[in-house]
Each structure stands twice: as C-alpha cells, then as structure tokens.
Ligand binder design. Structure first.
Ligand code: PLP
Length: 431
C-alpha cells in the first residue's frame, strides 16, 4: 500500500477505496487527496469522488458486473470501495426490483413502457441504505469509530442499522416531530437517537457545529464530512435501472428531491455508463419531484432562476422536507440540460398517488413515493412527460413508515360478527 504525506506532515497509509483516485471540486476542479473532506479549500465548492475507471472492453466489464453479487457490490469497480468489500460486515443493499407497471401505465395512458424502481425493498426500507453502505466503507478507511448524520428520518434508520452491523457506535440527529415509524426504525438498532427541536435545516446546522467541536472528533457524519462518498451510493440506482432494462438508458426518469444529492448522482451514474460504453449514448430526460409545502427547487425551476431560495417546510412528505437543499442549483442544471423539469404536488395529491400505486401495482410507497408518482401524473397530463417513451419512476421508501398519510382513508371496509348472515347483511363480498 502506498504511503504518502498529508497536510500537517503526518504520514499515513493512503486509504484503500478501490478505483477512487482523489476528491475533485465540482466548481473549480481542484483535486485533493482522499479524506473526510467535503468542501473545496479554494472556492468552498462541493467535492466529489474522481476515479481511475476500468479500461477493459465494455463486454468484459458487463460480464464482470453480471457475475457479481445481487446487491450494489456488483458495481464495486465503479464505486469508492475496496475490492474485497463484499466480504465486510455491511448490509449489502441494492439490486431492488424494477417493476414493469402495466396496470399503472394503462391508468395514466403511458404506452412506451412504465417502470417503478422499488427501493422500499432495501434492508431498512428506503434508498438511504445505498448511500450509507458506501459511507460505512469510507468511515472504516478513515478510522472513524462513530457513525452519525443529520436526517429527515430514513437516513437515521439506515445509519443505525449499518453501524450495528459494522460494529461502529452511532449517534444520529432528527427533527423531533417525525413519524412514529421513522423514529422507531432509527431507535431500534441500539445507537443514540437525538430529536432536535427544529426542522431539518436546524438539525443540519447543529451537526456542522458538532463537527468543529472536540466532541465530534472521530465521528463520520455520513452526509457531511463523508458526503462525497455517501453521494456515490445513489449512482447504483442508475446502474441498476439500466442493467435491468437490458443495458439500456430509459428515456425519462422521475426522482424525488430532498437535498438533491440522489438526483445529481443518478445523472452522474448514467453519464459514467455512457462513457464506459456500457449503454448506447442517446438522450434521456431527468425530472425532479417535490411537495408543494417544500418546493424550493421546483419554484426556482418554474421561475427560470439559477439560485434556490430557501423555504420553511410544511408538508406530510417529511423525508423530502429540506428547505435549503445543498444540491439545488445542480438539480436545476441537470433538469434544464436534459430537457426535463422540476414540479411539485399538494399533500392531497401525494396521498392520492400513494393509493394509486398501491391499487394498481400492489406497491405501498411512503410519502416520497407519492410525491414522485404524483408529479409523474401531473407532468403526463401537462404533456411534459411523453407517454410514448420509456419512463422510470423511483419509489424511494416504504409506506409502513408513513402510515399516518393514509390511515384516515385506509381502514377496514366493515367490522362484523363472525357469521355469514352478518357478512351478507352488510352487503359485502359482492364487489
Ligand atoms: C432522503 C430521501 C430522498 C432524497 O434524498 P436527497 O437528499 O435528495 O438525496 C428521497 N426519498 C426518500 C424516501 C428519502 O429518505
């Protein structure tokens, strides 16, 4: 293993993160050694992982991936993880179902093929297991002993579970007023769970202070000082969607936006597949989805602005309730560059969409899934999403975590005595 000098004249072994070569600034391109850094020392721009990507033929790489495990580690040659990652204690998320949603397609008038990428099938029932799995490997490589995060709910559960499995301590932070399902899922794995009196943006600000304090020494905050690595986990959604379509780009993808990280990294993943020759290079459009009660990116998109003005969130889609999204400007860029759009729906439309997906395809998504399908429906009706093209809707979480959203209207049809007479008298069973 190479030994190199890092800032401060300390000598450390360089971390083994597989094909990851360096961190590079998204704004000015300056490169830094791999480490727990997230902002460029020159311009404060966000850092991302730069790679020495595989050089063999696309056919060889495709075969290597297809022979890999049925989880995100099949894409290890494209991720900042050591080559033996599959042997480490990790929750091994990913390779979730890409469901061909023909019933839903008929209902929405889509003829070009409609698919739901169902990430509720991950170990803690949201897409956050993907990003955390990569962050855990970075935490291990940098010698962190405590795993932490600021969370809108799902991330706290994913960090708690991954830390338990990896044998790390965890201490995670959430807004105090989250859904019961999210709180219990975050607490059950045995780490510390701290409710902060404030919204997500307050939680995030608190975590930034903690990182600078001696108390936070030795802590890996998956979405702060490990953010460049964390973000790479979302690329696996792009890889899987294309592989499951038979190594083909979809024409249109609809993705929910909280911080915007997932959307920007799905785009990065698609670009990598094109560059590596794993898919044919043809145009695709990326659409972003928000709830009206927290729609800073959608508002900026519709106003034609490049900057995102922060909002104070008020929506049932709590997993997406980030009023000041870090990657907002990049999301705007991607939506505009690909010919996509960013749109929002009301809480009522979110609930309708959750029930539509459940009723047509047997998939119970959380409120974020309702946002994404609600926006898909709205954009099809507006003629913005083309129903004759292949469309993928990403369902990022499980409805069991947000039961309150539908509990008022999803109850027993009737309650009766255990007799056929009572059943008949209630007029049931004939629908
Ligand atoms: C976190 C989250 C998202 C979006 O996250 P980004 O911050 O935009 O990457 C989407 N859906 C669910 C269910 C989430 O928990």
């Amino acid at each position: 293993m190479a030994v190199q000098t890092v800032a401060g004249n300390a000598t450390t072994a360089s971390p083994d993160l597989g094909p990851a070569a360096a961190l590079s600034c998204r704004e000015c391109g300056e490169r830094f050694e791999l480490g727990p850094l997230f902002a460029c020392a020159s311009c404060f721009g966000p850092l991302e992982v730069a790679y020495d990507l595989p050089t063999g033929s696309p056919e060889e790489l495709r075969k290597r991936i297809e022979a890999g495990p049925d989880n995100i580690w099949r894409y290890a040659p494209l991720l900042p993880v050591p080559a033996d990652v599959a042997d480490k204690p990790n929750l091994n998320p990913g390779f979730t179902k890409l469901v061909r949603a023909d019933n839903l397609a008929r209902e929405l008038g889509v003829t070009g093929g409609l698919y739901v990428k169902d990430d509720s099938g991950n170990p803690t029932h949201s897409f956050k297991d993907r990003v955390v799995a990569i962050a855990v490997e970075a935490a291990r490589a940098f010698g962190f002993t405590t795993l932490s995060c600021s969370s809108t709910g799902n991330l706290a559960g994913a960090v708690g579970a991954a830390a338990a499995r990896a044998g790390l301590r965890s201490c995670v932070f959430i807004p105090h007023d989250l859904e019961q399902g999210k709180v219990v899922m975050a607490a059950v794995y045995g780490g510390e769970l701290v409710g902060i009196e404030g919204n997500y943006d307050d939680v995030n600000r608190f975590c930034s202070e903690l990182i600078g304090d001696p108390l936070g020494e030795g802590w890996g905050f998956v979405n702060v000082n490990l953010r460049p690595y964390y973000g790479e986990g979302s690329k696996t959604l792009a890889y899987e969607i294309c592989e499951q379509l038979g190594w083909r780009l979809p024409d249109q993808i609809v993705i929910p936006i909280a911080s915007g990280s997932q959307l920007t990294k799905i785009d990065k993943g698609l670009q990598e597949l094109i560059k590596l020759g794993l898919v044919e290079d043809r145009p695709y459009k990326i659409f972003g989805a928000q709830a009206e009660g927290c729609s800073p990116v959608s508002a900026a998109f519709k106003a034609g602005h490049d900057v995102v003005r922060p909002q104070k969130p008020n929506t049932i889609a709590k997993s997406l309730a980030i009023g000041n999204p870090a990657d907002g400007p990049y999301v705007l860029d991607i939506a505009r560059r690909t010919g996509g759009a960013v749109e929002d729906v009301t809480d009522e439309q979110v609930v309708d969409a959750i029930k539509l997906l459940a009723r047509t395809e047997g998939i119970f998504g959380e409120t974020a899934g309702g946002v994404t399908l609600g926006v898909t429906k709205k954009l099809i009706e507006a003629g913005v999403i083309d129903p004759t093209l292949t469309t993928v809707v990403v369902n990022t979480g499980d409805g069991l975590k947000t039961l309150d959203a539908v509990s008022a209207t999803s109850q027993a049809t009737a309650t009766i005595k255990p007799s056929l007479d009572a059943f008949r008298a209630a007029g049931l069973g004939t629908a």
